[in-house]
Ligand binder design. Sequence first.
Ligand code: THU
Length: 131
Amino acid sequence: MLTEKEVLDLIDEAIEAQKGAYAKFSNFKVGATLIDDRGNHYSGSNVENSSYGLSMCGERNAIFHAVSQGMKKIQVIAVVGDTEGPISPCGACRQVINEFATEKTIVIMANSKKEYKVVKFIDIFPYGFKL
Ligand code: THU
């Protein structure tokens, strides 16, 4: 299990990533940082587009960046947004996390005030689709 310091450090990294968000249309900035099975850290933020449907979530940008650098499995992923309580990752991002998750993968849901919830990915996305 993660220590409180490890959780808070990863939230800090996600808050740093959140600063890079391009959220011109929703004004809702999201940052995500993951640690892979090698211990490497990768971050991403949401990037929106004038053609709204082309916008991409912070979690998926972090994951796609990590995959392009050789990431195979996600140990833990922290997500931060300016929500009332901890942010909850969208369904599309859960399906993408599922592709690289193990039975041990942890999701840290947090907000900018560092209120957080630590959950096992399998508990928030059971029966995920996989080929
Ligand atoms: N967003 C994320 O980055 N992650 C989520 O899990 C939910 C939503 C982004 C998409 C869009 O840029 C903005 O938040 C508002 O929906």
